[in-house]
Design a protein around this ligand. Structure first.
Ligand code: ADE
Ligand code: ZN
Length: 330
């Protein structure tokens, strides 16, 4: 669906399509334990978040140079633009690369080669959000934040991702305090597989402005009331939820109930190369499986721009919002 939208929950490493993975493997002399793209695609059957993360980290071995990160980001931006994405706030996982021996600068500069010219080349404005791996230590996250200080003109905020259960937000209290002191915006994955209490902690202890996923808030009516009252945006990823089995089938997704409750929902793709669709595909899927009408879809698109970190360019945000209102559904 080409309805204009912002994508607010997108891991750039999760946009690595099998074809590009093999191309980069050949370019860098990396051996992949799959015969070809068909065999690799067959491995895209996940039991849960961890089974996905295992493959996601394994395939990152093909990303080695600035040019690799540039090519990865350009491939995503081209696909996103074709599906109506006008603005993208893109996550990356620095520790997943530095622990393999890459320099942080290789990752940031490589991504920036694509992001810095994205408005001109793809018609997509961008922001970059650095995520910490919650199953790594808080010390490692703090060291990563310090290492990123020379690049903070390119990084709008921080996030928290990877294996959720057993790694509550409180573990990263000091890191988030230090990031806030540096003027960084704060988001975190919470309530994807983890309990509603992790969402409350992310708000109270980490001071997050958006909750990534937040799906399990629906188990706690007082939390829902709070999220509605404070207009806290949730970056939902419907196709991801089905592939990682937090929701059985898309027809059972709580998105309609969440919108009816007054929650500020957005629809995003998470790791589109792995979960069967980009942002527009997620909109198409919720439209057909959940029967969302045009006004609901327009609300989701409007929310995406309202929840975006475009405070430094309100003129651009206003232009995007006008595009949403003017859009004619086919
Ligand atoms: N959906 C997800 N949840 C947690 N960590 C991730 N890293 C990439 N995708 C993720
Ligand atoms: Zn995610």
């Amino acid at each position: 669906m080409s309805l204009p939208k912002a994508e607010l929950h997108l891991h750039i490493e999760g946009t690595l399509e099998p074809e590009l993975a093999f191309e980069l493997a050949a370019r860098n002399g990396v051996e992949l334990p799959y015969a070809d793209t068909d065999e690799l695609r067959k491995a895209y059957q996940f039991e849960d978040l961890q089974s996905f993360l295992n493959l996601y980290y394994e395939l990152m071995a093909v990303l080695r140079t600035e040019r690799d990160f540039e090519d990865l980001a350009n491939a995503y931006l081209a696909r996103a633009a074709a599906q109506g994405v006008r603005h993208a706030e893109i996550f990356f996982d620095p520790q997943a690369h530095t622990k393999r021996g890459l320099e942080l600068g290789t990752v940031v500069e490589g991504l920036w080669r694509a992001l810095g010219s994205s408005e001109a080349n793809h018609g997509v404005s961008t922001r970059l959000i650095m995520c910490f791996l919650r199953d790594d230590s808080a010390e490692s996250a703090m060291a990563t934040l310090r290492a990123a200080e020379p690049y903070l003109d390119r990084i709008v905020g921080i996030g928290l991702d990877s294996a959720e259960v057993g790694h509550p937000p409180v573990k990263f209290r000091e890191v988030y305090e230090a990031a806030a002191a540096l003027g960084l915006r704060r988001v975190a994955h919470a309530g994807e597989e983890g309990p509603p209490a992790y969402i409350t902690e992310a708000l109270d202890i980490l001071g997050v402005e958006r909750v990534d996923h937040g799906l399990r808030c629906m188990e706690d009516p007082a939390l829902v009331e709070r999220l509605v009252r404070d207009r806290v945006p949730l970056t939902l990823c419907p196709l991801s939820n089905v592939r990682l089995r937090t929701v059985d089938v898309l027809a059972d997704h709580p998105l309609p109930a969440m919108l009816d409750a007054g929650l500020m929902c957005t629809v995003n793709s998470d790791d589109p190369a792995y979960f069967g669709g980009y942002a527009g595909d997620n909109f198409d899927a919720v439209r057909s499986a959940l029967g969302l009408d045009r006004e609901r879809l327009r609300e989701l698109a409007r929310n995406s721009f309202l929840a975006s970190f475009l405070e430094d360019d309100e003129e651009l945000r206003a232009r995007y919002l006008a595009e949403v209102e003017a859009y004619e559904f086919g």
